[in-house]
Design a protein around this ligand. Structure first.
Ligand code: ACO
Length: 325
């Protein structure tokens, strides 16, 4: 049995339709709703986001990311013995996005399931895959975040619709005698369900309740800053490391102000923060693997670097994964 799991390849994908803040201003103006590039950039750091074309599902976005991660790892689909897709915008009520992706990859037989922890979904999924690898039941896992949040946005609500985008990111996680994932730390507090949710459901052939995203932005902001700091410190303490050991901080890409405040609390210089929120918006469960793949491919994150991944999202859920890349 291997003691550790290790990321051996990363991949990501963005749908081609890119909307700048100016495009959002024009889109909302058609509904007599005012917003501005200045407001969006100043409050969030976001300058653009990508929206999937009609009919394109989360599994469609997951597929190229998964293929790119497999190629980077030098693995073939038949090597995969676990698939976890973190998503809150799956293709169907059931079956899971993971099984649909499994079929698209031509894989038969390995376990495949979705992880629903909203924007913390990827760190939750990575933690579960790490545990399954370390118990010896799995050797090669595909762990993916894939979202089409544009489908659940309320374009009459300027306080939320400018924040989110679509995309996917994937990693191949394999059994290894060398670290690897060093420590993980997951939490949830269901008392805060109402501050960030898409409350609608399907019943009797109809949608019951509002199927569009609702958020109390300020409540989310305050909670996020505190819990991200405690989760990061918990992983460092479990791994016997300190802030000074962290080469790269890759938090959930929701808002540049939350990300910078997290980096400051950890006393990390701004250069160690990987930020893609300006170009991707908030892609929920996809944001961390997307940012990781960007930083791997542009040469920032190198083999042996210590990386802190941090997720926070609806539920309320949060968590961190500390790893040597
Ligand atoms: N354009 C222009 N003005 C706007 C817009 C907009 N798009 N949206 C809101 N405003 C206005 C408001 O109406 C308000 O106007 P008023 O003062 O006249 O009433 C003013 O801007 C300030 O609004 P606030 O909500 O107080 O703005 P705030 O500074 O809190 O920023 C934001 C809002 C960006 C949402 C912030 O609270 C935030 O980032 N929160 C965290 C969000 C987050 O991280 N979400 C993702 C979590 S992960 C997940 O699971 C999905």
């Amino acid at each position: 049995m291997s003691r550790y799991s290790r990321i051996t390849g990363t991949g990501s994908h963005l749908p081609p339709r890119r909307l700048s803040n100016a495009d959002m201003v024009a889109m909302l103006a058609q509904r007599d709703i005012e917003t501005s590039d200045e407001w969006i950039v100043e409050r969030t750091g976001i300058r653009a986001r990508h929206f999937a074309a009609e009919g394109v599902s989360a599994s469609d976005l997951a597929l190229p990311a998964a293929r790119a991660a497999l190629e980077a790892a030098g693995r073939k689909p038949e090597d995969v013995d676990l698939i976890i897709v973190a998503t809150s915008t799956p293709d169907m009520v059931f079956p899971s996005c993971a099984t649909i992706l499994q079929a698209k990859l031509g894989i038969v037989g390995c376990p495949a399931f979705d992880m629903q922890a909203v924007c913390s979904g990827f760190v939750y999924a990575l933690t579960v895959a790490d545990s399954m690898i370390r118990t010896g039941s799995v050797r090669c896992a595909l762990v993916i975040g894939a979202e089409v949040f544009s489908r659940i946005l309320d374009f009459n609500d300027r306080t939320t619709c400018v924040l989110f985008g679509d995309g996917s990111g994937a990693v191949v996680l394999e059994a290894s005698d060398e670290p690897g994932i060093l420590a993980t730390d997951l939490h949830a507090d269901g008392r805060h369900v109402g501050i960030l949710c898409t409350p609608g459901t399907v019943s009797g052939g109809q949608v019951l309740g509002d199927p569009l995203l609702k958020m109390d932005g300020q409540a989310v902001f305050k909670l996020a800053v505190n819990v991200l700091d405690s989760a990061a410190r918990a992983t460092l303490s479990k791994a016997g490391r300190t802030e000074a050991d962290v080469d790269w901080l890759i938090p959930h890409q929701a808002n540049i102000r939350i990300m910078q405040s997290t980096a400051r609390k950890l006393k990390l210089p701004a250069e160690k923060l990987v930020a893609t929120v300006h170009e991707h918006g908030n892609t929920s469960a996809a944001s961390i693997p997307l940012a990781l793949d960007v930083a791997v491919r542009d040469g920032r994150v190198r083999r042996g670097d210590t990386v802190m991944l941090e997720g926070v999202g609806g539920g309320f859920t949060w968590g961190a994964v500390l790893l040597d890349y």
